[in-house]
Design a binder for this molecule. Structure first.
Ligand SMILES: C[S@@+](CC[C@H](N)C(=O)[O-])C[C@H]1O[C@@H](n2cnc3c(N)ncnc32)[C@H](O)[C@@H]1O
Length: 276
């Protein structure tokens, strides 16, 4: 058996390049969820923010605008292509330090008022150690505010195209429980426990439900699903162009007729405090 690739390798390969190329589209699709994260973070002018797994920069840029000009934003990610995209985007407000590093172990200054993340924390290889490291990056009383996916079955934007693809492809082997992946924190109570174990206090999860518009029509929606996110991984394995076209056709057919194509998305907004 080949060694499984690390998250750093994963996000620096084809996946990171795709996210970088799709940055504008992804940010548009996730905009309602991003708004829920930023509102939940309640950022104030002058605050010092850490963005964990900042990717192509959307939440760091929004945090800079909300805290500026007197705050700071530290935006960390392991993905070079995504950070390159982030650095190239126009910024305003608080200064942003873009750092290529592993948030699980990087020695952050213990000064941040808020640590936030949009869909970054589910990819830690050592979640408890990683959250403890993020806690140490906060000042006493500092707050953690992160957005992560609930279960696959609650996220129609993934399971509708996925179910369609699985009519032409075999079901992949399940990933090992507790390993990195988009649905790693589907169990909100387990996430609350984990944050407590990492030294946070007052951990809680609140559901965020919002449809996301994944394409102007069925064709665009199928293309979106095939390019980024959990389905893209399934399709990447297909070498036979005819089989790939059948998978795309099955996805197009499964999309609702409404334009733009909207499907449900279900997240947890997890919050916790550094007890000091
Ligand atoms: C699903 S993407 C989300 C990116 C961005 N927050 C967004 O919403 O567009 C997950 C991000 O987490 C980053 N990541 C994964 N493990 C990481 C780690 N240990 N330290 C820092 N970043 C990490 C990946 O490189 C990737 O950019």
């Amino acid at each position: 058996m080949p060694e499984p690739i690390t998250q750093t390798e994963y996000w620096n390969g084809d996946v990171g390049a795709r996210w970088a190329a799709m940055q504008a589209e992804l940010d548009q699709v996730f905009a309602p969820l991003t708004a829920a994260l930023l509102d939940g973070a309640g950022l104030r002018p002058g605050e010092r923010v850490l963005d964990i797994g900042c990717g192509c920069g959307e939440t760091a840029l929004l945090a800079a605008a909300r805290t500026g000009p007197g705050g700071t934003v530290t935006a960390v990610d392991v993905s070079r292509p995504m950070l390159e995209r982030a650095r190239a985007r126009p910024a305003g407000g608080s200064p942003i330090a873009w750092i290529e590093a592993d948030a699980q172990t990087h020695p952050f200054a213990p000064e941040h008022d808020v640590a936030l993340s949009r869909f970054g924390v589910m990819f830690f290889e050592e979640s408890r150690t990683a959250f403890a490291n993020v806690r140490r990056a906060l000042r006493p009383g500092g707050r953690l505010v992160v957005l992560c996916w609930r279960a696959l079955a609650e996220n129609a934007w993934v399971h509708v195209p996925r179910d369609a693809v699985l009519t032409v492809l075999p079901e992949p082997a399940p990933s090992p429980p507790g390993g990195p992946g988009p649905f790693r924190f589907a169990d909100g109570e387990a996430l609350v426990d984990l944050l407590g174990q990492a030294g946070f206090t007052g951990a809680a999860v609140a559901p965020i439900d919002h449809p996301v518009a994944i394409g102007a029509d069925a064709e665009a929606a199928a293309r979106f699903a095939a390019t980024v996110g959990p389905i893209a991984g399934l399709l990447r394995e297909i070498e036979d162009p005819a089989l790939r076209e059948r998978a795309l056709a099955a996805m197009r057919q499964a999309m609702p007729a409404e334009r733009p194509v909207r499907l449900g998305a279900a997240c947890w907004l997890a919050t916790a405090v550094h007890p000091g």
